[in-house]
Design a protein around this ligand. Sequence first.
Ligand SMILES: [Zn+2]
Length: 682
Amino acid sequence: MGCDYNPEQWPERVWAQDVVLMREAGITFATVGVFAWALLEPEQGRFEFGWLDRAMDLLAEGGIAVNLATATASPPPWLSRRYPQTLPVDREGRTLWPGGRQAWCPSSPVFRERAMSLVEAMATRYAEHPALAMWHVSNELGCHNGRCYCDVSAAAFQTWLRARYGDLDTLNEVWATSFWSQRYGDWAQILPPRLAPTHPNPTQSLDFARFSSDALLEYYLAERDLLRRITPDVPVTTNFMTLAHFSMLDYWRFAPEQDVISTDHYLVHIDQPTENAVRSELAFSGDLTRSLAGGGPWFLMEHSTSAVNWQPVNRAKAPGELLRTSLGHVARGADAVGYFQWRAGRAGAEKFHSGLVPHAGTDTKVWREVVQLGGILRRSTDLAGTRVHSQVGLLFDWPSRWACDLDSHPSSLVRAMDAPLALHGALWRQAVTVDPVAPTADLSAYRLLVVPTLYLVEDAAAATLHEYVAAGGHVVITYFSGIVDQNDHIRLGGYPGAFRDLLGIRTEEFFPLDSGQVVTVQPAASGPGTEAAWTRSTWTGSLWTELTHLDGATAVARYVDGPLPGQPALTRHAHGRGVAWYLGTALDDAALSTVLGRVCRDAGVQPVASVPAGVEVVRRSGDGRSFLFVLNHTPEPVRVEAHGHDLVTDTPVTGAVRIAAGGCAIIREGLVSTGSGGAGQG
Ligand SMILES: [Zn+2]
């Protein structure tokens, strides 16, 4: 367990007490120096390391490992004063000035040069320091400067496009510049998609998103390679933000370049209809981070003990929620949990962000729960290295997400993250663990794949999915998938172009629904894929409908009303030795659970355990060890069948464990599961 530690914001006389309290809480690592550039290099080329030396020495003496930031996340005021060309510019041409954080252009060679000078000085200074355990490059790359539209970035974008397309004719073809008189005659004419009179060229916007992600990747690699030269044995990470609402970087491209996958996660209450949606987003993020780590352990670098400061209303965590949130990440593969930050700040923009030591001190709910968590984690060290084994994959891709969320689409209400969260959430409610996977990944380990709103699909990924189903795999594809190729060009001949044959359908026209509009969906009474119990229920759809013709598939459910009464809403198609389902609308949660429950049974996918509604279960196992995590999100106590030892209460469990309202358990299982229970694969 660890935390961000900013000793430079506190008088030195409290540092010794910090270390004593850290040890009491069970803190074993501290992330230091994230925003310390202005103090470490008060003027160009003059370094002041004395204070950091003393803080690092204290931590080393206290047995606390340091995840040392390279301190390049926020440049000091002298830098932008002297080199104003390093400041980022937004799409409306406004300069983003110093005074906040991360005011730097990712493509700026001047910024790069100054940052590398600091990194070299840091790495040389602390290479042999006993506290140094890991390097932390920059911080939350792209959080505030993920897209820069300045002239320096424009030139870098032109260079990136030359490397991608080789010649202007190819670019003009890919960008479809015969439309609206956009044909380019010289690379220098090409700009980032700055504020325009109307809709910008979509392929230009998509390529700019790709370029912007690559610009920060290139920046990261520059820091990483320098660190590796000076300290080849020290692992390097940069903290991702695998939150559903952050989309700037293609983490599939970043992940292979990291020695340790780390991420930050905060509960986001903005636009979330229910508390359950907030919790299931955490599960999605944890699963995504695990997939980025190749299924192996990962590092939760930051989360919060309670409220944050950056939402309209910053909700404090209920008693017990700190524990449930932290263990939710551990359940999904985190082998380390870190917090932002040690002491809640006295001043600055984050002064109302919770810390491990609240403003009110240690006689507090937060501190007691921190100490409790530290004790649980100390008892749980043999969790390290165990893995979550999923039978279900969820295809997830950043370029598709970027392209889906561009404008001029059939419905601006269709957002790229809605269907992934809805389908993942429906499986989460049924205690089925899911691996988000890149569309080009090896899919053969999964019994079922879900493909939620994968708007953009490359040919290779479409072929992989066809082969997967032909070989006996099961797949569920939802509305607005397989529509365009990697250039955001429509796949002609009827939707969904990439998956028409696989699904045995052909859609001729979209009929998106208005905000709040709901249609009735009636499951078929009999036939392949139907269940007798379905006919007693009525489902509802929202957001989207489409006029779909059957071309080998069977209609499992049809619209009763709305724009397309009598037309198919859910279809099923036997393809090769497998089965492909298509869902043409956004089903209500209950109906989606019903459908996915049926699909899972078809595919032979087992839940981790049988548990009451509102109870989350995940299993980690490996090397003969098995741990069942049970998180009770309900306001009532629950009983769950288990045998072993509960690491939360440190008591034996024989037959069943009772978990208090809002409580959790980690059962070190006495009998290692071999068949059902989700541990069967891998
Ligand atoms: Zn720029």
